[in-house]
Structure formats: structure tokens, C-alpha cells
Design a protein around this ligand. Structure first.
Ligand code: PHB
Length: 396
């Protein structure tokens, strides 16, 4: 063949490839979450929340654009494992985005890799305030502990004279303790005591005994959601703190929706502040819960980790749609930073472009029996469009 013909053929096949490319654009999401280890039941909620969003909104994707999840188990709070998985997903699998992560130490370990490789990282749970400052490529669609614990402390100071705090001894626990102590002091309340417990499988009984002896009016607890929450409720009930006149309060992690039935009677009357409850009556939430039960079973209840997966995926879909599936990292961050949804299951949400943290309402809830089942019933909105208070209070 003459060289002119070769050139024509090459040009034509190049065009064909370009056209094929336009019609088959796969966005790869490296999805790191916890399926084993401490509270390994939480990962599937996050994954199912993200997949459900994609399923319900698949038809909004530009023609030919596909989204592929590369799912990895970080085995619980395990920063070395999380880092190794993120490295492989970036280098070998060439993912366009990283997403997921239940535990703060894992998010902190991944942050420098996201920066170095310029891979946007959408956090769907991990809630220690400082995380988003560790990389300009992080956007958080979950929560911070300051968002729930600071308004909780302000509200509790009006209602209880002396508040004791008990938290897991790692980032989100320290944040929750700091937020409650600060809010209590600012509001003229008294901190009866503070105690930090080991993250993994502590025996809560001696700690509860210590709290009972201090006779506070309320005990505020943060522990990671899942089975740890049920262990707290059991020790609280068994040692008779409730009968001794001590009210259990906390961020919503301590009455996480999926564990309520396992907690039983001890959970009744527990007061929490949080951004999401499966029992919320907003139409967008009722539709979300109905879709969840349709796909995952009538007895399945989504929790706040599930809604983190859902809203995180909503933000990712926004970035994918706007770029027609061809993701540029910096443009993706611009889109994530300006993401808004007036109609999330948890109420109106947005991302604060200055911090890349979610802005959302916080609700006071009480565990009550609704239709024979325990539920976190929203009583009052204690904060509207709450930005991460830690960043607001520490602005330079
Ligand atoms: C976290 O590690 O940031 C974390 C884990 C579990 C929770 C909340 C926060 O329930």
C-alpha cells in the first residue's frame, strides 16, 4: 500500500477509535471500606447506599458512560492496609476517583496519596474534622463529629446540670469530647468527668461503674457505630445507670439505626443529635428507605453510613455528568466543592467550597417505639445548614 493510503487508513481508524471512545467511557471508582474487622458490618451499608444511588439515577448518565466500582476491604481501622489498597488502585488499576472509608485513621493514610496522584477522594463516613485539611483532593459527603457533638453539648447544657463524656480513644472520639466540653463550658454547664476507652472491643462495665459513681445528670457517648454501640447500650442497661437517673445522650452513632433492634429496651428514651434517621418523614427519605427495602429486603434499614454512600455517589455522579465521563481531577474537585442537593434523604445538603466539608442540618432525636419497632424519631432541628464547627471556630 502507498504511504498516502496508510496515512488515510490510520486517520480513519483513529477517528473510529475516537468515536468508540466517545461511546464507551468507563469511570473507575476505587471503593475502600470495611467488610471485616471491627464493625465490619458497616462497609456493606456504604456500598449498598452508593450502588442504590447509581441504580436509581443510571439513566441520567451521558450515553456510553459507565461507572465501575473496584471494591476493596480495608479490614477495619487499619491505616497500613488502607494505604496499600489506595496505592494499588491508583497505580495498577488507574482509578479516576477514590471513595468510601469508614475509619478516620484510614482516611488520614490515604490523603497524601490522593494529593500526590491528584486523585479526587470522596469520603463517605470518616468524621474527624482535620481530615479534609490533609489533601485538597478530598471532599467529604458524610459528617464531622463536631457537627453533631457541638450542638448536642449546647442543647444538653440547657437541660442537664452535669454531663460526663465517654468516647473511643481515637480521632472522632477526641473531637466529640472536645466539642461537648467546649459547648458545655460556653453554655455555663458543668463537665462531671471525661473518659476515653480503647477503640477495639473494650469492656464497658468498669467505665460505666465509674460514671455511675460520679452521679452526672447525663452521659454523652461516642463510639463507632455498629456492634460497639450495642455493647455500650448493654452495659448502660445492665449497670442500672438509667435507674440511677443518668440520661444517655450522644451523637447518632450510639443509636445507629441498624442496631436498634439488637439493643432492645435499653435504647428507649436515648436522646441523640445527628444528621440522619431512617425514621425521618421527609418524602425524599421515605422514598430512599422504600427503595432500600425493595432491593435489600423488607427487614433491612439504612443507617447514616448508607446515606453517606448515597450522597457521596450523588456528588460523584454530578461530576461525571458535567464532564460527560471524561474526568479531569481539578475540574472534578471544582464540581465536588460546589455540589448541592436540596433534597437528600437527610434534608438539604451542600459542600462548603472553602473546606470541602458537607453542610447539613442536625436533628435532635429520641428512641421510641414506632409501629412495634425501635426508631430514632426526629423531634427538633437543632442546627440548620451547619458547617463543621471546628473549622468555623478555628478560622484564621
Ligand atoms: C471515624 O473513624 O471517623 C468514625 C467511625 C465510626 C463512626 C463515626 C466515625 O460511627
Amino acid at each position: 500500500m502507498k504511504s498516502r493510503n496508510w496515512a488515510a487508513l490510520a486517520a480513519a481508524s483513529g477517528l473510529a477509535l475516537a468515536a468508540a471512545g466517545a461511546f464507551a467511557q468507563t469511570v473507575k471508582i476505587g471503593f475502600i471500606t470495611s467488610y471485616s474487622g471491627l464493625n465490619g458490618n458497616l462497609g456493606p451499608y456504604m456500598e449498598r447506599g452508593a450502588r442504590l444511588y447509581l441504580k436509581e439515577h443510571q439513566k441520567e448518565l451521558p450515553p456510553g458512560v459507565n461507572i465501575e466500582f473496584l471494591i476493596r476491604d480495608d479490614t477495619g481501622p487499619n491505616p497500613d492496609k488502607a494505604k496499600q489498597l489506595a496505592q494499588e488502585l491508583i497505580v495498577r488499576d488507574k482509578v479516576n476517583l477514590l471513595a468510601g472509608v469508614i475509619f478516620t485513621p484510614n482516611a488520614m493514610a490515604i490523603a497524601p496519596l490522593a494529593t500526590e496522584a491528584k486523585v479526587p477522594f470522596v469520603i463517605m463516613n470518616a468524621g474527624t474534622a482535620v481530615i479534609t485539611t490533609r489533601s485538597p483532593y478530598i471532599a467529604r459527603l458524610s459528617f464531622t463529629l463536631w457537627q453533631s457533638c457541638y450542638p448536642l453539648g449546647q442543647w444538653a447544657a440547657k437541660k442537664f446540670k452535669r454531663v460526663y463524656t465517654l468516647v473511643s480513644d481515637f480521632g472522632p472520639g477526641h473531637d466529640c469530647e472536645d466539642a461537648i466540653v467546649r459547648a458545655t463550658k460556653e453554655s455555663g454547664g458543668e463537665v462531671a468527668g471525661t473518659v476515653r476507652v480503647p477503640l477495639s472491643n473494650p469492656d464497658f462495665v468498669p467505665y460505666m461503674q465509674r460514671v455511675k459513681d460520679a452521679k452526672p445528670d447525663a452521659l454523652a457517648v461516642f463510639i463507632p457505630a455498629g456492634k460497639t454501640a450495642t455493647a455500650v447500650l448493654k452495659a448502660f442497661g445492665d449497670l442500672g445507670l438509667s435507674k440511677a437517673g443518668i440520661k444517655l445522650i450522644g451523637p447518632g452513632d450510639v443509636t445507629t439505626d441498624e442496631e436498634l433492634e439488637n439493643m432492645g429496651e435499653a435504647a428507649l428514651g436515648v436522646l441523640t443529635v445527628h444528621h440522619y434517621s431512617a425514621a425521618a418523614t421527609r418524602p425524599a427519605n421515605q422514598a430512599f428507605v422504600a427503595a432500600w427495602k425493595r432491593d435489600y429486603g423488607a427487614n433491612e434499614t439504612p443507617n447514616f453510613v448508607a446515606v453517606g454512600g448515597w450522597d457521596g455517589m450523588a456528588a460523584i455522579m454530578h461530576a461525571v455528568k458535567e464532564q460527560k465521563g471524561k474526568l479531569d481531577p481539578d475540574r472534578t474537585m471544582e464540581l465536588l466543592k460546589n455540589f448541592k442537593d436540596p433534597n437528600s434523604p437527610r434534608g438539604p445538603i451542600s459542600v462548603d467550597p472553602a473546606t470541602r466539608d458537607i453542610v447539613q442540618n442536625e436533628y435532635l432525636r429520641e428512641v421510641r417505639r414506632v409501629g412495634g419497632k425501635l426508631a430514632n424519631v426526629e423531634i427538633e432541628t437543632v442546627g440548620t445548614a451547619v458547617k463543621d464547627p471546628w473549622k468555623e471556630l478555628n478560622k484564621k
